[in-house]
Design a protein around this ligand. Structure first.
Ligand code: ADP
Length: 386
């Protein structure tokens, strides 16, 4: 009956949850850290415990706020803290107890995820000072992809770079783990499965016999699918051209490719699929942005199906994947040749299975829960240590 705290540090937010026996007692988020920050905390049944502006200027301050709030509210049975870490580098391929050595390694590889790792380290250090006797576990988004075969992992640049760690890592691993566990619990074979995590960031994973054999994100989460504000795969020559001819700095390029591209970049309007769908009738660029997004997703489904040598189950998950029947239908347009038959009514109703009885491929819609996955790993790892 001891509680597990999960911490998910984003580029400007800290999400946290407190779990007891795999059930959330509460879920909270500090958003817009360093800007017009807000704190929202909900109880497990969804009632609002706190929803207010807060002047939180940095990540350490955010972590201190959460630790203080939990203490004031009498949550004194925290047995372990599980952290989501976006990148484990070449050294950390498995979720593991948090150690001094791991923190030093994360500091050393911060350049691999400069918008996430430095903040995550600050948050872990701050929590450790508030909860010194509580065990801590690190859960990596890259761990799910640990078995990628070399032909998928290696970039075709001089091999010395691979030895330095420049390779495909893949991300969204905690989401993929949650979905694959749910599929297993339902007895659905993990023989040839594609999971499409379509959220603010978007990626796909190809799973053969329970193992990830290919994924769309790469060395960083910028690669692969066209996303809400990230460009996805693109000729690296474009980057060279922008550097050479437009005189962009590295920071400018980062902003351009990660924050001003994707749906936002093409439409010039918004990165929100719902708004783009509402305006596509009158706005050609909004319509084009959606076509580019869906084309990109469709082409990766084709590519990953080829890698798997067929497809038995396709799962849509995350904000867009779970909630947008229009996007799912358009992504699947023309994929009848793979044996996919969409049931339009089930799709419109966001049902769990949205393919027809005749479909050769089971197409599903599932919620994902990265926090729950962190809690499960954390609980398992501290039990193993006992
Ligand atoms: P992340 O965890 O990557 O921040 P989420 O999985 O929460 O993202 O997904 C957020 C995305 O989902 C946003 O781009 C949002 O516009 C989109 N989204 C949420 N609900 C819907 C909906 N009903 N239709 C289309 N897109 C939606």
């Amino acid at each position: 009956m001891d509680d597990i705290l999960t911490i998910n540090t984003g580029s400007s937010s800290i999400k946290f949850s407190l779990y007891r026996d795999e059930r959330p007692l509460l879920k909270g988020e500090i958003s817009a850290i360093g800007g017009e920050s807000r704190v929202k905390i909900l109880s497990g049944d969804g009632s609002i415990l706190l929803d207010d502006g807060a002047d939180i200027r940095g990540f350490r301050e955010g972590a201190a706020f959460i630790a203080g709030w939990l203490k004031d509210r009498g949550y004194s049975r925290i047995r372990a803290v599980g952290y989501r870490i976006v990148h484990g580098g070449v050294r950390y391929r498995e979720h593991c107890p948090l150690t001094e050595e791991l923190i030093s390694y994360l500091k050393a590889i911060s350049c691999l995820a400069p918008e996430h790792l430095p903040q995550a380290v600050e948050v872990m250090e701050e929590f450790s000072s508030h909860l010194p006797d509580v065990q801590a576990v690190a859960c990596f988004d890259t761990a799910f992809h640990r078995d990628l075969p070399e032909e998928s992992r290696v970039y075709a640049i001089p091999f010395g770079f691979y030895r330095e760690g420049i390779m495909r890592y893949g991300f969204h691993g905690l989401s993929y783990e949650y979905v694959t566990e749910e599929l297993s619990r339902e007895g659905i074979p993990l023989d040839r499965v594609i999971i499409a995590h379509l959220g603010h960031g978007a990626s796909m994973a190809a799973i053969r016999d329970g193992r990830c054999v290919d994924t769309t994100m790469g060395f960083t989460p910028t690669a692969g699918l066209v996303m809400t504000t990230r460009c996805g795969d693109m000729d690296p020559g474009v980057v060279l051209h922008l550097l050479r001819e437009k005189g962009l700095s590295v920071d400018d390029l980062n902003r351009l490719l990660n924050h001003r591209s994707g749906l936002l970049g093409v439409s010039g309007r918004t990165d929100d699929v719902r708004k783009l769908l509402a305006m596509e009738g009158e706005d050609e660029r909004a319509a084009l942005a959606i076509r580019v997004f869906c084309h990109s997703a469709r082409r990766f489904i084709g590519a990953l199906t080829a890698v798997l040598g067929g497809l038995s189950t396709l799962v849509f998950t995350a904000g867009i994947g779970e909630n947008s029947p229009q996007i799912r239908e358009r992504v699947l347009e023309g994929l009848g040749f793979l044996g996919i038959r969409l049931d339009r009514e089930r799709n419109l109703a966001n049902e769990r299975v949205i393919s027809t009885g005749e479909s050769m491929v089971r197409v599903m819609v599932m919620g994902t829960d990265e926090e729950c996955m962190i809690a499960r790993h954390t609980s398992r790892i501290i039990k193993e240590r006992r």
